[in-house]
Design a protein. Structure first.
Length: 317
């Protein structure tokens, strides 16, 4: 089962905001403003986030452009405050009308290695989203520690612990969430996803996992998931598997192999290439396609509003 954070009541949220302090209060004001008009949630709309990298210190900033071999000059590195990025993202998602019924964080919730202090901060920062009636689904990335996260989710049942994989069945598509937190899926999980796809061949399938399925073609050289080729072969053999979404490389990219789209989600937090976009993706599903729109943290970025379409079937058919 995946890690699912269901909606919470407004009272639960206010209590959490008082405990957290100013970072949540900023977003609570945005929620209050958005709720001045009643806003419905849309089952065919999904907010896609990845690589939030929240630190236990809300004032922590990090220069994502500073990595071994980076072409960026020492004096030109660009830093971001990860908490502020997630707060701004939460405000943007809450302000949508209608709001997405689902939100997926596709791995790497935390900055370090998934300490309890980092997860406490992350869980508080996403409370406004839950208070807005949105269900949050979390996949596991290489910066995550599932055991520490489990400790902080009291309603998580023991049988739900283990590999964080499941299917979200929506009106126009099935979303399959996988667990690549250790850098691979493993034969058991590959067999499981094949079974889920074969049992649901009547609907388009969109697959989510943290790791890139092949070596990154973007700014920073990052090796692909160890059994990425096996996953791609499995998806290529099933025409209703329309897309694979992943994070990890912190870069907005799109590739296509026959019917299969490969969508590299940008990081909500820091980015590896100077001037690259960071933000989140608004996905709207219809009977014929998935429409993806990039929302940049910097709304003046040239890629803000950039769109991609994943065609499910021709409108004439």
């Amino acid at each position: 089962m995946p890690i699912i954070l269901p909606p919470i009541t407004r009272r639960q949220f206010i209590q959490g905001s008082l405990a957290l302090g100013s970072t949540a209060i900023m977003t609570s004001r945005a929620l209050a403003a958005a709720e001045s008009e009643r806003v419905e949630v849309d089952q065919n709309r999904v907010a896609l986030l990845a690589d939030t990298h929240i630190s236990a210190d809300p004032n922590r900033v990090y220069p994502g452009t500073k990595w071994p071999g980076s072409p960026v000059k020492e004096s030109e590195h660009e830093s971001v405050n990860m908490t502020k990025c997630l707060v701004q993202t939460a405000k943007s998602v809450i302000a949508l009308n209608p709001r997405p019924a689902q939100l997926i964080v596709n791995g790497d919730c935390t900055f370090g290695r998934g300490s309890e202090a980092e997860y406490k901060q992350f869980l508080k920062l996403v409370e406004p989203i839950r208070a807005a009636g949105i269900t949050i689904h979390v996949t596991i990335g290489n910066h995550d520690n599932r055991e520490n996260l489990w400790k902080l989710i009291p309603f998580l049942k023991k049988e739900q612990m283990g590999l964080q994989a499941d299917v979200i069945e929506l009106p126009h598509a099935n979303l399959i969430l996988l667990d690549s937190g250790n850098g691979s899926l493993g034969d058991k999980q590959l067999n499981w996803v094949a079974k889920q796809l074969d049992e649901r061949a009547d609907k388009p399938a969109l697959i989510f996992s943290h790791y890139n399925p092949y070596n990154n073609r973007g700014v920073r050289p990052i090796k692909g998931m160890r059994d990425g080729p096996s996953l791609l072969k499995l998806l290529a053999e099933r025409k209703h598997a329309k897309a694979y979404f992943y994070g990890h490389t912190h870069e907005w990219q799109h590739d296509q192999r026959d019917h299969l789209h490969l969508i590299n989600q940008p990081a909500v937090s820091y980015y590896f290439g100077k001037g690259l976009a960071h933000g989140w993706v608004d996905m709207k599903l219809t009977e014929t396609l998935a429409d993806l729109e990039l929302h940049c943290i910097n709304r003046k970025h040239t890629q803000h509003g950039n769109r991609r379409e994943i065609i499910f079937k021709d409108k004439k058919t």
